[in-house]
Design a protein around this ligand. Structure first.
Ligand SMILES: [Ca+2]
Length: 136
């Protein structure tokens, strides 16, 4: 299908994680709704290894919504990861109105706060605890 691509990786033994890159630009809230309806949520990026997966998946010129937003910075999926990878001068809360976070792939996924109403491509995730496949 056009409009999306994805990348699966093993988070820990038996624990798969998939990032799904959605190329239809949406506001952060619409992107969150879309991810929750079709996958688990907007992507949480919890460490440099996951940031590198994001970097592998999303083309360099893109800025993509991820699951981080300001409420003293929280991940929308409830993850308590303290990983932050801010770009220089970010978060700057420009015009006092920047509550949602995009990863700037031109800067290897560094994070920038943005007004949530901007329409951007985004990355969802889904989580699969590995089930042993039985051969039939
Ligand atoms: Ca900013």
């Amino acid at each position: 299908m056009s409009g999306r691509s994805h990348l699966c990786f093993l988070l820990s033994p038996g624990h798969w994680w998939t990032f799904i890159y959605i190329t239809n630009p949406m506001s952060w809230l619409s992107a969150q709704s879309y991810c929750r309806a079709h996958y688990t949520d907007l992507a949480s990026v919890s460490n440099m290894a996951e940031n590198q997966k994001l970097d592998q998946l999303v083309p360099t010129a893109a800025k993509v919504w991820i699951g981080l937003f300001r409420d003293s910075w929280k991940w929308t999926d409830g993850s308590n990861s303290l990983f932050r990878y801010w770009a220089a001068i970010e978060p700057n809360n420009d015009k006092g109105n920047e509550v949602c976070v995009a990863a700037n792939m031109e800067e290897y996924g560094k994070m920038e706060d943005w007004g949530c109403e901007w329409k951007k491509e985004f990355v969802c995730y889904t989580e699969n605890k590995f089930k042993k496949k039985r051969k039939r």
